[in-house]
Design a protein around this ligand. Structure first.
Ligand SMILES: [Zn+2]
Length: 470
């Protein structure tokens, strides 16, 4: 065999056993991010996908520009935002630009169709969920495919990538699931601070517009306290960094909003106020951190029980008094009672979830009320005051793979199954009003009715009530 032939055979062998991987090369274009994708795979076809419907969006494809295929074949289905990639000799290459100018007038204040879910890219700011940048191999079966992300040119301001915390735009090697749902944020004022929480290093990422010193110190001490409380509750031992990303809106579409990820959260907020850490934002930040543990499953659980967790930890951490929990819960009771769709079935409410307006919060409030109701039943049957702990201990093993059936099964070890099934069907599945019978409530409180029938929690014995947050 000639040397050339030997080389070619070896090369062919090498290529044929190369593991499938996807390389993303990102380049900064001033008002766009250029993305070039190399796919190495011996499969005939791999399905790729782009972005999700989060935020009720349907126009994700509108910010992909200049799509070009240089090797292999790519068949695009813009209706489902999927791409069938057909490699040629084990390789396919394509490129596109991600560009977004925020449309005028979209998204009513308080609505879901807002800056949170779409890329916002220019010489003054970069914000995007990564699923709005990367077209990635689709589905769980491809979640472990290796990815490599390289920036060849970057904005002249710092950028933070949640999938590569502390390393800015340096090369990232990981897998599809690392970049599938993540976020990148860049800003001339971007600041990265490390937080030591119980001996582990975490990141505070901000781009403060006002009172930098005071706001940073407030955020720092708040996150240390609340994160220690929640992660301590779940008895978490591993020390992977968690990122607290507090980023201003370009426009002030909303006082504050956020998204939780397993490795951090991002909040966007109205930066015109002097003080960042108002009460509402502490609630939102706590809720988003809570999603590190409650991120899967149905909305009534992931959002509603996360609301219970939020109220619980704001008190259990010592940041608030037990009366704050009552105030927080009363907001949910009021919202639920006056919601025009309060008796929508669970299925209907899930379908309405991303529509603007009150639908959005219906399952948060219903789930929160249900969590509180179960805590009362558990206490009634066992005499245990801090019901939240055993209840969450029971669901912990399947938090990543949650289902209502598993939830009922786990809870039935703590309380009467018949009652449990009846209540679940009535309050969650069918969306009936909660009874709030006094005998079923956690101790130290009662539910009164205002003139218009709005249920409101009243603390009747502050010492007994405080026992729920031990
Ligand atoms: Zn949430």
């Amino acid at each position: 065999m000639s040397k050339t032939l030997t080389f070619l055979v070896l090369l062919a062998l090498l290529l044929s056993c190369e593991k499938p991987h996807v390389d993303y090369v990102l380049s900064w274009k001033g008002d766009a991010i250029g993305v070039s994708v190399d796919v190495i795979s011996d499969q005939d076809t791999i399905l790729f996908s782009y972005s999700s419907d989060n935020g009720g969006q349907t126009d994700q494809m509108s910010w992909i520009h200049d799509f070009k295929i240089t090797e292999g074949k790519v068949l695009t289905d813009s209706a489902t935002r999927t791409f069938s990639v057909l490699p040629d000799n084990g390789k396919a290459c394509f490129s596109y630009d991600v560009q977004c100018t925020l449309p005028e007038g979209y998204g009513s204040p308080g609505g879901c169709l807002m800056d949170m879910f779409r890329p916002d890219i220019d010489e003054k700011m970069l914000y995007s969920r990564t699923e709005n940048i990367f077209i990635i191999p689709h589905g769980e079966q491809n979640a472990d495919i290796a990815v490599n992300v390289v920036w060849t040119s970057t904005p002249d301001y710092p950028v933070f990538c949640l999938y590569n915390p502390g390393h800015g735009t340096e090369q990232f090697k990981g897998k599809v699931s690392d970049i599938a749902f993540s976020v990148m944020a860049g800003d001339p004022l971007l600041d990265l601070d490390t937080l030591d929480i119980c001996g582990n290093t975490h990141f505070l990422v901000t781009a403060l517009r006002k009172n930098e010193k005071m706001n940073k110190s407030d955020l720092n001490s708040f996150f240390k306290t609340i994160y220690a409380s929640i992660s301590g509750f779940w008895e978490e031992n591993y020390n992977a960094p968690y990122s607290f990303l507090v980023f201003p809106f370009r426009r002030n579409t909303f006082e504050v909003t956020g998204n939780g990820f397993p490795n951090g959260f991002v909040s966007r907020y109205d930066a015109t106020e002097d003080t960042i850490l108002n009460l509402n934002r502490r609630d939102v930040y706590t809720h988003e951190i809570g999603h590190k543990w409650m991120n899967n499953g149905t909305i009534w659980f992931a959002e509603g029980f996360d609301e219970m967790q939020t109220g619980y930890h704001l008190v259990a951490s010592g940041l608030e008094k037990p009366s704050y929990f009552a105030k927080y819960f009363n907001h949910a009771l009021r919202g639920l009672h006056h919601n025009p769709h309060k008796n929508a079935t669970d299925k209907e409410a899930e379908e309405l979830f991303w529509d603007d307006g009150d639908y959005t919060w219906l399952l948060y409030w219903r789930g929160f009320s249900y969590a509180f109701h179960l805590a009362g039943i558990y206490e009634k049957e066992t005499g245990v005051h801090n019901a939240w702990k055993p209840m969450m201990k029971a669901v912990k093993p399947f938090l990543d793979d949650f289902s209502a059936e598993k939830f009922i099964e786990a809870m039935s070890k703590l309380m009467d199954r018949k009652r449990l099934e009846k209540d679940y069907r009535q309050f969650i599945v069918d969306g009936k009003d909660f009874d709030f019978f006094p005998q079923d409530l956690p101790s130290g409180c009662t539910i009164i009715r205002e003139k218009d029938g709005t249920p409101q929690l009243q603390i009747t014995d502050s010492i007994l009530f405080a026992g729920h947050f031990k």
